[in-house]
Ligand binder design. Structure first.
Ligand SMILES: Cc1cc2nc3c(=O)[nH]c(=O)nc-3n(C[C@H](O)[C@H](O)[C@H](O)COP(=O)(O)OP(=O)(O)OC[C@H]3O[C@@H](n4cnc5c(N)ncnc54)[C@H](O)[C@@H]3O)c2cc1C
Length: 467
């Protein structure tokens, strides 16, 4: 094999594999190094895809148990077969990782198997499983080594009793008591899965709200709905230690307000306190600088402090999301090929795939207040949306925030059925600089959940029809 390439991408997550495909489309001779057995990174193997599979399957189970009989669909003897559910999840993961393998072959991308490290003169050393090193040269290198789960000081994740999200995606028994440390989206998604499958779930969160970066109206409503679903919350509480005794875990925590010390015993503990960039020592040795958040420092063109070495995805600033990494992968490939690659960081949607879903794009009310921007708001509840009513799923609302003077949409925040899909319309509207009036005057099909968007846009001008 010829060992020199135009581009070597290190890491095959959504940032890396998408970047490699775009490089190849642009006529660049491309290789992608991956240390995991399968392609697709965190997202396909232990992140977005397996979690969404379990969210979907567990929600069907919950509906079959709790709703079908009331809806005239008579079912009896509903039983959970957890190993079959896990088999289905694993099958979906396998088919998608194989799909990336197929795309690599189709685009003539060389898959280098092993751990990639960066040496002098744009050399990438790939160390395979047997410890054998092979050297490759590249005109440009893209670092897309992603992120790994964080923990708290003194808490050791053993992936048996104290698990990260990876362990929580593969329990072989429904834990009787599941404690989740951290009220971020990963904790709440996994908490929803195991609650639906029968666990008694308690979320312990340091702050006084869940998903703190979210618009306050939404996080307040979200907390109310999750509590109604039976998930327990201990907010403003600091976990001080987790011990394993036999097959049980003991979690110690302190109430931040009263300083009262508390202890809960449980079957499993999920540590979901965030993720940290996966930056190995060779990257630092190669002279690549880090920023204040200990992520790889990049220029506007994604170039690191080392010439012709770029970085994208979870290793650089911005939200740790698969679609953000993908868009950066495309942008950096185009920049390397001499084009004008670009990512609009004002319009990166974020979705939480619980039931109901939570979705947002653009600025929150709290951010606009801080930035002294004058705004107006339109809100519309799903309770007044005919499709949500007939489907008997009407928790939540749509909130549109528009600039007071120009009416340009600055942010959209929703909680409710199918909002994870609906948010794409709002991202598109914002990319085109739409005003709330533009959205209000766009004909939306009836009966659809998207009519709630049109009504919220009309509510910005205080003229919703159905509320
Ligand atoms: C449980 C969970 C659920 C999630 N759900 C969502 C979701 O619904 N939507 C969403 O947008 N995001 C979600 N995420 C986040 C998403 O997975 C990440 O933001 C995304 O995968 C980042 O992509 P990336 O390409 O930067 O890195 P990664 O996907 O982390 O990929 C990096 C790859 O690089 C490889 N690698 C690392 N070092 C080396 C090396 N030296 N040599 C060779 N290979 C190396 C790793 O093995 C890995 O395969 C979720 C994450 C988790 C954990």
């Amino acid at each position: 094999m010829d060992n020199s390439f135009d581009v070597i991408v290190i890491g095959s997550g959504p940032g890396g594999y998408v970047c490699a495909i775009r490089c190849s489309q642009l006529g660049l001779k491309t290789a992608c190094v991956e240390s995991r057995k399968t392609l697709g990174g965190t997202c396909l193997n232990v992140g977005c895809i397996p979690s969404k599979s379990l969210l979907n399957l567990s929600e069907t189970y919950r509906k079959a148990q709790k709703e079908f009989n009331n809806q005239g669909i008579e079912v009896s003897n509903i039983k959970l077969n957890l190993s079959k559910m896990m088999y289905n999840k694993n099958k979906s993961v396998l088919s998608l990782t194989k799909g990336v393998e197929f795309l690599f072959k189709k685009n003539k991308i060389i898959h280098l198997k092993g751990k990639g490290s960066i040496a002098k003169n744009n050399t990438v050393i790939v160390t395979d499983d047997s410890g054998k090193n092979s050297n490759f040269k590249a005109k440009s290198i893209v670092i897309s080594t992603g992120s790994v789960s964080s923990s708290l000081p003194g808490i050791k994740i053993d992936e048996k009793t104290i698990v990260s999200s990876t362990g929580a995606l593969s329990f072989n028994k429904v834990p009787k008591e599941l404690i989740i440390i951290g009220g971020g989206y990963i904790g709440l998604e996994m908490g929803s899965v195991w609650k639906r499958l029968g666990s008694n779930v308690t979320v312990i969160e340091f702050l006084d709200s869940i998903i703190p970066e979210m618009d306050k109206d939404i996080s307040t409503e979200f907390l109310k709905i999750l509590k109604k679903q039976g998930i327990n919350f201990r907010l403003s509480s600091k976990v001080t230690g987790v011990k394993v005794a036999k097959d049980q875990a003991i979690v110690d925590f302190t109430d931040n307000k009263s300083a009262k010390k508390m202890r809960i015993q449980c079957t499993k503990v999920l540590v979901a306190v965030g993720r940290k960039p996966n930056i190995s020592s060779d990257i630092i040795k190669a002279g690549i600088e880090l920023d204040d958040e200990k992520k790889i420092k990049i220029s506007k063109k994604f170039e690191t402090s080392a010439k012709n070495i770029y970085a994208i995805g979870d290793v650089i600033k911005g939200p740790m999301l698969a679609h953000k990494a993908e868009d950066e992968g495309i942008a950096v490939a185009e920049i390397i090929a001499g084009q004008a690659g670009h990512v609009n960081y004002n319009v990166i949607p974020a979705v939480i795939y619980t039931s109901p879903e939570v979705a947002s794009v653009g600025k929150t009310e709290e951010q606009l207040k801080k930035e002294n921007v004058k705004y107006k708001i339109g809100k519309f509840p799903f309770l007044a949306n005919s499709r949500a009513k007939v489907n008997n799923e009407y928790d939540g609302f749509v909130k549109i925030i528009a600039e007071k003077k120009t009416d340009r949409v600055l942010g959209v925040h929703m909680i409710g059925p199918h909002t994870g899909e609906m948010i794409a319309e709002m991202a598109l509207a914002m990319e085109f600089g739409a005003s709330s009036e533009d959205i209000a005057r766009t004909c939306h099909a009836h009966p659809t959940h998207t009519e709630a968007i049109k009504e919220a846009a009309m509510a910005v001008d205080k003229r919703p029809i159905h509320f």
